[in-house]
Design a binder for this molecule. Structure first.
Ligand code: C2E
Ligand code: CA
Ligand code: CA
Length: 702
C-alpha cells in the first residue's frame, strides 16, 4: 500500500470538508510523526505519513470505508473523556502485531479539535512509539520487585533470627538492628532508627539495668576492638545477670556488625554438665576428674615456684562397714566424712572424692609444711565425733598420707606417688593415723609392694603351708593340741616364717587369701589325721582381723568343717584382741558367738599387748587367754603373768602361756596354775609329717 493511495482516499472523502481541515490535511500529509484526525465516531479522517508508516496494523484499510478506531477500551474511554471535557487525554496502547513479532506499545495523546469547542468535533491523535520505554519500565519494575522480595526475605530473616544483630558505622551510629536486638535491650522505637548514636543506646541500656556489668572492659574489648578492625567475641555479663555472647566484626567502611546472643541458659547448662562431669554425686565433692585437674594446675604452679601439698585419705575398714552395716551406713559415713573434710580445710583447697572410700585434698599456695599438717590435726579432731546413723553411733577411722612439694629443685609430679607412699605407710603402721612423706619411706614401701606381689604369686603356686606347734596340758601332762603356723616354702630362700611376709597378713586382700589357704590345709590335715587315728587333740588356726570383718567367717568355717567332715570340737580359732576394737565390733561378737555355739573354741591371742579393755572382753565368749611370750620370757613380768592366770580362771577361761623356752619358765607357770603351755621347750613348730611321731614320743616319755 503506497502513501499515494491513502492520500487519494483521504482526498476522495474531503469533499465538503471545512477549510481548516483541508489546511490540516496539507500539513499532515508528509509529517513523519503518527498523527491522525478522527471524527466523533473515532473514524480516521486524515492521517499523516508517519501514522501510516508506524501504525499499519491499526485496521485502516484504504480499500474499505474507514472504520472506527477501536484500539483498546482505554483508548475509547480516553477519547470519550476528551470529547466531553475538552481536556487533553493520554492513553497507552499495545499495538496488535502478527504472531512471533515483538510487542509494540504506543502512547497516544488525544486533543479535541478545534480547541474552541466548535459545533463539529474532531480528535487529533498524536502517537508515539513507547515500546522501548515500556519494556525498560517493565524491566525496572521486575528488578524492583525482586529487590523488594529480597529485602522482605532479609528483613524476615533478620527479625526472625534468634540473635540480636546490629550494624554501626565508623562514627558509632546505628545503621540497622533487628527485632531480637531491640527486644534484648528493650530498645524503644526512637532508639532503633538508623543514625542513633551507640552511646544513646548504651545509656538507655544502663538506665534499665541491662548494661554490661563491667562497662569499660566491655567497651575496650569489643566496640573499640571492632572499630580498630579486629573481630572479637566475648561473653558479656549484664547487670540483670544475663550473659550475652557478643561477636563484633568490622565492616568495609569502618563500622562493624555485631551479633548478640543470650547464652545465659547454655552457660547454665554447661555449668550443670560441668557439675555432673566433675562432681561426685553422693557427696557433692569434686570427683576424680576434678581432682586430676586441680592436681595438674598445682603441678603447673609448682613449676613456677609455688609450694603445694597433697593429702590422700582412706577410710579404715570401709568395705567391712559396707558389708556388715549396709550401704546406707556406708553412704552416711562418706557424707559425714565429706562434711568434716570441708570443715577442716580451706575453701580454696580441693577436697575430692576419688571413688569408694578414697579422698584426696590439694592444698595450694602453702607457706610451710605446717599449713598442711594443721588442717589434718583439725580433721582428726573432727573424726572423733561419733556419727549417728539409723540409731547406731560410730566413729570414722581413717588413714592419711600427706606429701608437700616445697623444694623448687624437686619434680612436683612425684607428689602423687609420695602421698600414696605416705598413705601406705600410715596403713602399715596400724591405720587410723596420718603420715607425712619422707624420702626414706619410698624404698620401704616399694619393697613391701614387691613383697605383696611375690606373695600373691606364691599363693597361686601353692608355696604356703602350715607347721604345727604342740600345746601341752600341764595338769594332764599330755598334748592338748597344736597351733597351725604359716610357712612359705620359698623356692630360693627355703622355709620362711611369717615375719618374712607379715605385710601380707596386713593386706586386706592377701590376708583373706592366706586365711583360705590356712583353713584348707589345716582341715585337710585334720581329716587325714582323723583317718589315720592320730590323736592330735585340737588344732588352733590364727585368724586375721580382715577375715573377721567379712561377717561371713562363722558360716564359712561351719561349711568347711562339714565339707571336710571334721567335728567342730577339734578346732580352735585364735584372734588378737584388736579385732574386738573399732569398726565392726558387733560383727565380731556375732561371729564369735556363732562359732562358740557351734563348739569351736575361741582363743584370745597375744593377750596383754593390745588395747582391749577387760570390760570389752566380758561381752565375748572367750574360751582361752594366750599370754604373750614377751611376758612369759621376761622374769620381771611374773606379776603380770600371775594376774592374767588368775583373771582367766576367775572368768572361766583356760590360760595358755606361749614362748616357754626354759625349764624355770615352765616351773613358774606350773606354780601359778597355768593350764597349758607352748614353746621351744617342748617343740618348735614342725611339718605335719612329724606330728604323729611327736605325739607318740611325748606320751611314751610321760
Ligand atoms: P602367734 O600367733 O603369736 O604365734 C606364735 C609364734 O611364736 C609363732 O611364730 C611361734 O613359732 C612362736 N614361738 C612359739 N614358741 C616359741 C618360743 O618358745 N620362743 C619364741 N621365740 N617363739 C616361739 P611364727 O610361727 O613365726 O608366727 C608369727 C606370727 O605370725 C603368729 O604369732 C601369728 O600372729 C602369725 N601367723 C602365723 N600363722 C598365721 C596364720 O595362718 N594366719 C594368721 N592370720 N597369722 C598367722
Ligand atoms: Ca597364735
Ligand atoms: Ca601369740
Amino acid at each position: 500500500m503506497s502513501s499515494k493511495v491513502i492520500a487519494l482516499d483521504v482526498e476522495r472523502r474531503s469533499a465538503g470538508m471545512p477549510a481548516a481541515e483541508i489546511a490540516l490535511r496539507a500539513a499532515l500529509s508528509g509529517a513523519p510523526s503518527p498523527i491522525a484526525l478522527l471524527d466523533l465516531d473515532l473514524r480516521p479522517l486524515l492521517f499523516s505519513q508517519g501514522w501510516r508508516d508506524q501504525t499499519v496494523t491499526l485496521r485502516i484499510s484504504p480499500s474499505q470505508e474507514a472504520r472506527p478506531l477501536a484500539l483498546s477500551a482505554d483508548f475509547t474511554a480516553a477519547a470519550r473523556r476528551c470529547l466531553e471535557t475538552g481536556a487533553v487525554e493520554t492513553c497507552r496502547v499495545e499495538i496488535p502485531v502478527a504472531d512471533g513479532e515483538p510487542e509494540r506499545w504506543f502512547s497516544f495523546e488525544l486533543s479535541p479539535w478545534p480547541r474552541n469547542g466548535a459545533a463539529y468535533g474532531r480528535l487529533v491523535v498524536v502517537g508515539r512509539d513507547v515500546t522501548e520505554a515500556v519494556l525498560a519500565a517493565r524491566e525496572t519494575d521486575a528488578a524492583r520487585q525482586r529487590l523488594a522480595e529480597q529485602n522482605a526475605r532479609f528483613d524476615a530473616a533478620l527479625s526472625n533470627m534468634p540473635h540480636g544483630l546490629c550494624m554501626f558505622d565508623a562514627e558509632k551510629r546505628l545503621i540497622l538492628c533487628n527485632t531480637a536486638y531491640r527486644r534484648l535491650y528493650d530498645l524503644p522505637d526512637r532508639l532503633s532508627v538508623p543514625g542513633t548514636p551507640l552511646d544513646d543506646i548504651l545509656d538507655h541500656r544502663r538506665s534499665i539495668g541491662k548494661g554490661p556489668r563491667s562497662f569499660a572492659a566491655f567497651y575496650a574489648a569489643t566496640v573499640e576492638a571492632a572499630l580498630k578492625g579486629a573481630a572479637a567475641t566475648r561473653d558479656v555479663e549484664l547487670d540483670d545477670g544475663r550473659t550475652i555472647r557478643i561477636t563484633h566484626n568490622p565492616i568495609a567502611d569502618g563500622g562493624y556488625v555485631a551479633t548478640h546472643e543470650d547464652v545465659t541458659e547454655s552457660i547454665r547448662s554447661a555449668a550443670q554438665i560441668e557439675f555432673l562431669a566433675f562432681r561426685d554425686p553422693l557427696t557433692g565433692l569434686p570427683n576424680r576428674a576434678a581432682f586430676q585437674r586441680a592436681y595438674d594446675d598445682a603441678v603447673a604452679a609448682a613449676e613456677q615456684g609455688e609450694m603445694f601439698g597433697l593429702i590422700m585419705l582412706d577410710v579404715d575398714h570401709f568395705k567391712a562397714i559396707n558389708d556388715t552395716l549396709g550401704h546406707d551406713a556406708g553412704d552416711a559415713l562418706l557424707k559425714a566424712l565429706s562434711g568434716q573434710l570441708k570443715r577442716a580445710f580451706r575453701r580454696s583447697d580441693t577436697v575430692a572424692r576419688l571413688g569408694g572410700d578414697e579422698f584426696a585434698i590439694v592444698l595450694r599456695d602453702l607457706k610451710c609444711e605446717t599449713d598442711m599438717t594443721r588442717p589434718i590435726e583439725v580433721l582428726q579432731d573432727l573424726l572423733r565425733t561419733p556419727i549417728e546413723h539409723a540409731g547406731q553411733s560410730f566413729t570414722i577411722c581413717a588413714s592419711i598420707g600427706a606429701a608437700v612439694h616445697g623444694d623448687p629443685e624437686a619434680d612436683p609430679t612425684h607428689l602423687l606417688k609420695n602421698a600414696d607412699v605416705a598413705l601406705y605407710q600410715a596403713k602399715y603402721d596400724g591405720r587410723n593415723r596420718s603420715v607425712v612423706f619422707r624420702p626414706e619411706m619410698r624404698t620401704q614401701v616399694e619393697q613391701r609392694i614387691e613383697l605383696l606381689r611375690e606373695v600373691r604369686l606364691a599363693i597361686s603356686q601353692g608355696e604356703f603351708d602350715l607347721f604345727y606347734q604342740p600345746v601341752v596340758d600341764l595338769a594332764a601332762n599330755s598334748v592338748a593340741g597344736f597351733e597351725a603356723l604359716m610357712r612359705w616354702n620359698h623356692p630360693e630362700q627355703g622355709v620362711l616364717p611369717p615375719a618374712a611376709f607379715m605385710a601380707a597378713f596386713e593386706d586386706n586382700d592377701l590376708s583373706l587369701q592366706l586365711g583360705e589357704v590356712a583353713f584348707e590345709r589345716a582341715l585337710g590335715q585334720m581329716r587325714a589325721w582323723l583317718d589315720q587315728g592320730v590323736e592330735f587333740g585340737r588344732v588352733a588356726i590364727n585368724i586375721s582381723s580382715a577375715q573377721f570383718r567379712t561377717g561371713r567367717l562363722a558360716a564359712e568355717i561351719t561349711a568347711k568343717l562339714a565339707r571336710w567332715n571334721v567335728p567342730a570340737d577339734r578346732l580352735t580359732v585364735e584372734v588378737t584382741e584388736n579385732v574386738y576394737m573399732g569398726w565392726g565390733a558387733e560383727v565380731v561378737s556375732d561371729t564369735v558367738r556363732q562359732l562358740h555355739d557351734a563348739g569351736v573354741l575361741i582363743a584370745l591371742d597375744d593377750f596383754g599387748t593390745g588395747y582391749a579393755s577387760l570390760a570389752n572382753l566380758r561381752q565375748f565368749p572367750v574360751d582361752r587367754l594366750k599370754i604373750d611370750k614377751s611376758f612369759v620370757q621376761n622374769s620381771q613380768d611374773e606379776a603380770i603373768v600371775r594376774a592374767v592366770i588368775n583373771l582367766g580362771s576367775s572368768m572361766g577361761m583356760k590360760v595358755v602361756a606361749e614362748g616357754v623356752e626354759r625349764p624355770e619358765q615352765l616351773a613358774t607357770l606350773t606354780q601359778y596354775g597355768c593350764d597349758q603351755v607352748q614353746g621351744y621347750h617342748f617343740a618348735r613348730p614342725m611339718p605335719a609329717t612329724e606330728v604323729a611321731g611327736f605325739i607318740d614320743a611325748f606320751s611314751r616319755r610321760g
